[in-house]
Design a protein around this ligand. Structure first.
Ligand SMILES: C[S@@+](CC[C@H](N)C(=O)[O-])C[C@H]1O[C@@H](n2cnc3c(N)ncnc32)[C@H](O)[C@@H]1O
Length: 214
């Protein structure tokens, strides 16, 4: 199995783009483990990673999935550029990931996906943007597909521009349930990230994981 190890300086540069320091490997591995060990993804599944950042988790998904099955979208061109660099570093170009700079959550894409992943994204979005996110998810999700999203119900004072110019919000679970309902999706509460082995080094361990499906 590939190690996906970066030297410490490079790792710090990549990690600085997507979250708090010191959990790059754990957070990367968590994402693949969640889909392979809990969700039951297969290499043939189509996968949309919304807010994929520099492919911290995406690089392992690209490695796991068959060529052309992974699509990642992110609003920051620099993140997508670094994601492409990571793909090349780990010799994964032949997997042909579709990496797109987009702030519309995949509205610009064609086709539907078996799995949609919105990891560490929801709490950076205004209410209005979360609504747009659900519209895009509903449009892009296969009939029997599932979307997984972590949400923050506990921390923060909803101050603006808290992380790299993005706000950091706390919202009730019900808020997401209602928006999902509006676009025809039902919600299942799965537990907190720590229940699925997420690192206990960061507060994100207490984020809730939700599953949306038709
Ligand atoms: C905390 S990072 C997480 C990145 C990645 N999911 C990971 O686990 O490493 C949140 C990402 O969401 C992206 N983002 C924020 N608003 C977005 C939007 N409207 N559309 C797409 N991506 C967005 C940011 O650029 C950032 O890369």
């Amino acid at each position: 199995m590939k190690s996906f190890k970066l030297d410490s300086n490079t790792e710090a540069l990549f990690e600085e783009m997507v979250g708090p320091p010191g959990v790059w490997n754990e957070s990367s591995k968590f994402q693949l483990d969640f889909f392979t060990q809990i969700v039951g993804i297969t290499p043939q599944s189509t996968f949309l990673d919304i807010g994929c950042g520099v492919l911290r988790g995406g690089v392992r998904m690209v490695d796991y999935l068959e060529a052309g099955k992974y699509t990642g979208v992110d609003i920051r061109p620099k993140a997508i550029e670094m994601g492409r660099e990571l793909i090349t570093r780990f010799s994964l170009d032949q997997k042909k990931p579709n990496l797109v700079v987009s702030g519309d959550f995949g509205e610009c894409l064609l086709g539907k996906f078996d799995f949609i992943w919105a990891f560490q994204l929801s709490y950076h979005l205004t209410d209005e943007l979360v609504k747009d996110l659900f519209t895009a998810i509903s449009r892009r999700l296969e009939e029997n597909g599932s979307c997984f999203m972590n949400i923050n119900t506990l921390f923060g004072d909803n101050n603006s521009k808290a992380w790299k110019g993005f706000p950091f919000y706390k919202k009730e679970r019900q808020f997401y349930i209602d928006l999902a309902d509006e676009v025809g999706l039902k919600t299942e509460y799965l537990g907190q990230l720590k229940d699925f082995g997420y690192t206990n080094k960061v507060k994100g361990q207490y984020n809730e994981m939700l599953r949306f499906s038709r």
